[in-house]
Structures are given as structure tokens and as C-alpha cells.
Ligand binder design. Structure first.
Ligand code: NI
Length: 163
């Protein structure tokens, strides 16, 4: 396992569309392990393969609900409800912005064994699924932000000044 370099905004690979995974290979398994390791190292709750420079439809998610989700070739089947809140991205370091997302998402994907499954997410998991699936289409959350992108440092100061 290894920590991979996370591509940051301005890197053209983040704007590209990822291709489906056709078969599981040792190399792809290693990529998925590395994605988890990289995500944990950077304190992220989700990562798309394009963020580590691989244009394949692979997403890793861990919103600390006791599960590690791997979504290969994910397809969002259904969304409902709405949530509005701050969102961030490991590819947009030090920034955060308000994004409205569905509050309920049903997605079909393949697991690491290339077996199809469905996952239903609500709240943060729904947000993470939408955010990561957008990455696979070359879309960053910054294009959806309501108002201004803020510095996370400034946010901390605001919170401190409120106390
Ligand atoms: Ni992101």
C-alpha cells in the first residue's frame, strides 16, 4: 500500500470523464487500497480515482458509519430530498463552500469482486456519493457552490470568535 499524490484544482485530469472498469486486476486492487490509505491520511471521507490521477470509475467512501464503501462504475438510480451545507474536497485544499445536494440517494455499483450491489445513502453518505460520482464525470463541487468559496482557516476563526 502507498499514499498517492492527490491532484489539486487546476490539474486538467480533474476535469476529465473517467472510463468504466471492465475487470478486476491486481493493479486495480492495489489502487483501491491506496485510495483508502490516501483518503485516511488526508482526513477525507471520499475519494475518486481521478483525484489520484487514474481515469477509472472507482470511488472509495468512509463516512465513519462503520463501513468502507467501494463503488465501481457507480450509477445513481434515484435521489430525493434536499440538504444544504458546507462541503470540501481534497482536491481543493483549504477551501469550503455551501452546496445543496439530495438528502437521499440510491446508487448501483460493483464491489471489489465486480459483483453488482445497491447502496442507499442519507445525509453525509448521500452527499459523499453525489460528490464522488461528480468527480467521475469531471465535475468539482466548486461549480455548484452557493455564494463564495471560503478559506477553512477563516471558518475556524469565525467559530472561535463566536465562542
Ligand atoms: Ni472531492
Amino acid at each position: 500500500m502507498a499514499i498517492r499524490k492527490v491532484r489539486v484544482i487546476g490539474d486538467e485530469i480533474l476535469g476529465k470523464v473517467c472510463k468504466p472498469v471492465k475487470e478486476m486486476t491486481p493493479r486495480t486492487r492495489e489502487l483501491i487500497e491506496d485510495m483508502f490509505e490516501t483518503m485516511y491520511e488526508e482526513n477525507g471521507v471520499g475519494l475518486a480515482a481521478s483525484q489520484v490521477g487514474v481515469l477509472r470509475q472507482i470511488v472509495t467512501i468512509d463516512v465513519e458509519d462503520g463501513n468502507q464503501y467501494v463503488l465501481i462504475n457507480p450509477e445513481i438510480l434515484e435521489t430525493s430530498g434536499e440538504q444544504t451545507g458546507y462541503e470540501g474536497c481534497l482536491s481543493v485544499p483549504g477551501k469550503t463552500g455551501i452546496v445543496t445536494r439530495p438528502d437521499h440517494v440510491r446508487v448501483r455499483a460493483l464491489n471489489e469482486e465486480m459483483e453488482p450491489y445497491e447502496l442507499v445513502g442519507e445525509g453525509l453518505l448521500a452527499r459523499a456519493i453525489c460528490h464522488e460520482c461528480d468527480h467521475l464525470k469531471g465535475k468539482l463541487y466548486v461549480s455548484m457552490v452557493e455564494g463564495e468559496l471560503k478559506d477553512t482557516d477563516a471558518m475556524d476563526e469565525e467559530e472561535e470568535s463566536e465562542e
